[in-house]
Design a protein around this ligand. Sequence first.
Ligand SMILES: Cc1ncc(C[n+]2csc(CCOP(=O)(O)OP(=O)(O)O)c2C)c(N)n1
Length: 562
Amino acid sequence: MSEAGALTGAQWLARALAGTGLSHVFFVESVLRRTLLEFDDLGVARILAHSEKAAAYMADGYARIAGKPGVCMAQSVGAANLAAGLQDAWLGRSPVLALTGRKEPSFQHRNSYQEIAHAPLFAPVTKFSAPVDTTAELPRLLRHAWRAALADTPRPTHLDFNGLQGDVIELGETGEPPVIDPEARRIPAHRPIADPQDIERAAAALRAARRVVIVAGEGAAASKAGPELMALAAAIGAPIATSLGARGIVPTRDPLHIGVPGSYSAPPANRIVHGADLVLFVGCDTGDQVTLNWTIPPLATKVVQIDADPVEIGRSYPNTLSVVGDPKASLARLAEAIGRPARDRGFAEEAARIVADWRASMAPLVEDGRAPVRVERLCAEVTKALPTDGILVADTGYSGIWTGTMVDFNGAGQTYLRAAGSLGWSFPAALGAQCAAPGRKVLCFTGDGGFYYHLAELETARRCAVPLVVVVNNNSGFGQNLSGVRRIAGNRPGRGEALVRFGPTDFAAVAKSFGVRGIRVEQPGELGPALGEAVAAGAPVVLDVLTDIEPRAPEPWAPERR
Ligand SMILES: Cc1ncc(C[n+]2csc(CCOP(=O)(O)OP(=O)(O)O)c2C)c(N)n1
């Protein structure tokens, strides 16, 4: 008999999640069926995906735009696929909440059909992963999983529900109110300001240095620190670079902005960062990608590092002054402490010249009117077509390099999301992002190799009426990998190409077969009108752009090896 006021686990879970303002959940049947049915009455849309990895990517894209946890679900046998899909959210610092079912204790340790241990699968891709054995424990554990996902640094969390479909938890009861987060926090969940002494020390170091570069990363993006970064950069005449994941948090055409440094970069940023005598890292992981294996800047460079997570300070650069606090709040204090020192603007002017020269060198490619379409031209057209509040979601590899070097952003309303490394992430992630922002237009930029991974989600886009635009850079192969394979094959013509070539496939026709609008573009002159039509459509559109595999994306500048 149900106690007065008690809710079933399913009722509690659905109401608690809906109470956070969650608008969508992403899942593969069969899991938490009772909860999903409850959502029907609470206005939460259920997005049935065609694979658990895609469901995890959708929740990831949703979370990165919503600034609060995205939720994905899978039954017991789908748990391994779901965990695989959390890798990008882990690397990309995205608050995804994964819910799985697990067979009851009486089924454990006796060769149960379809089930392996879940805990080891989720351990490397979550901040917190726990079994939920009884409904009485559900409220506490869900609140903790939610808070942990949001807290600095945001990352996935996981709850493993008793019952193959989580049904044991759904059927039990709890008398607790269905509330997870009464404060309705979004990322950043808190804005602690750094110690005033550390701010003074950092200000003194910045005032004393002559050639300062700012490198802002994902933590700065999460903190929405763009305006504070620009204000400080202007005050001290410091060029500003962003990691790939933070691209677009400042206007990319601002003369102080020098692009993305590291391995996915065009030459200017690396040259300029390498020439700095002090680097201010802001919310930046100082990992191999943004530093070109810790050569940009060189390891001995003097560093000031602002980060909400003290563990990140000095992780890679030993000569580091710490400023532990929220990037936006701490930068504002730092700017106050520095004031407007008299400054030689020579370094900033030299940096702006290097960037302008590089842009000029790319202009002929951007303006090339011949077929097959140059990707530089495609990127320029994407820049023009992206609405002032548009969202661009880029896949990994060349898709990240092309968009990170050749697409410009206004730094005021537009958002750039990129895969943290998993090929194929962008299309499902863009679907999730579009769900989180129905009033904004989402463009996905992917290679054909990336798009093949989750083609089936075209059906999801149509069924769920998710009006995103997918731009396919269709070069019939793994373009980025061509150079590497050829090099290893001894540069002999044709040898090794079978490792990276496939197609040709007409993705506009594929889209049409799913009932999705498909537009094929073969001439550069068709790009503008086709993108315009796609962006204006209130329905999903695939833009299949025929390109050539040979042209290489911009390559990073590297210091000479000594
Ligand atoms: C899951 C996964 N497998 C393999 C890779 C390695 N990888 C990185 S980029 C790339 C090729 C991408 O090809 P495509 O999406 O067609 O874009 P293009 O390089 O042709 O522009 C591959 C295979 C990866 N990043 N992730």
